[in-house]
Design a protein around this ligand. Sequence first.
Ligand SMILES: [Zn+2]
Length: 254
Amino acid sequence: MIDTHAHVHDKAFDSDRDAVIERARAAGVERMIVVGCDLTDSDGALACARRYGLHASAGVHPHEAKDAPEDLASAFAPFFEHREIVAIGETGLDYYYDNSPRGAQQRVLRAQMRIARERKLPAIFHLRNAFDDFVAILREEWRDGMRGVIHCFTGDALQARTYVEEFGLKLGIGGVLTFKSAQPVRDAARAIGIQHLMLETDCPYLAPVPHRGQRNEPAFVTETAAALADLLALDLREVAEHTTRTAAALFGLG
Ligand SMILES: [Zn+2]
């Protein structure tokens, strides 16, 4: 399996990172995408990926948009010389926390979509309470051949259909799927079907049941995979095969 969204370079893992990666591999999570959230954090993600033989992304999270470099394309260009970097992001809009002004979030999102387009890289999107504005920007910036994932998808079936059918996006399914309150996400996953879904943790955040509230880690992808298998009446093996194939194709992992 592939954990398509892991912040294993986060300081939450400083005391036992070797063991965390080892546990992931022992659990069948052989590959991970270490996701960066700003320039410095993306450096950390890349260094972690190089050290452990993982993949990484580089980008600016909407929370950090207010501090993003003016010329984003130049600032991030050096990252794309490293074969570990397989995506741009995470980028997007977060109107729940509004940690950056919405205008800055939108500017930085558009800039990263253009980098994704020019570099022919998939984009990793973070969305919260911003569906309408995000889709409006997608309609302006998205072109045929572009690829991406809505990471930690928490919308409903209608939103899922828009992402998948209009833009060909994939949905990243994480621990939220196992939360009692997440019926809309389960309905969406069922409506969309396994071929458009990928597994992720977003660790150290959002641990699935039965680890909810604890530090999340890539090995826990197995809990989400089991919940997804249950939901879609598939074998665990089928869930692993489908999601791995989808992730390998999206991120060009071969
Ligand atoms: Zn994340």
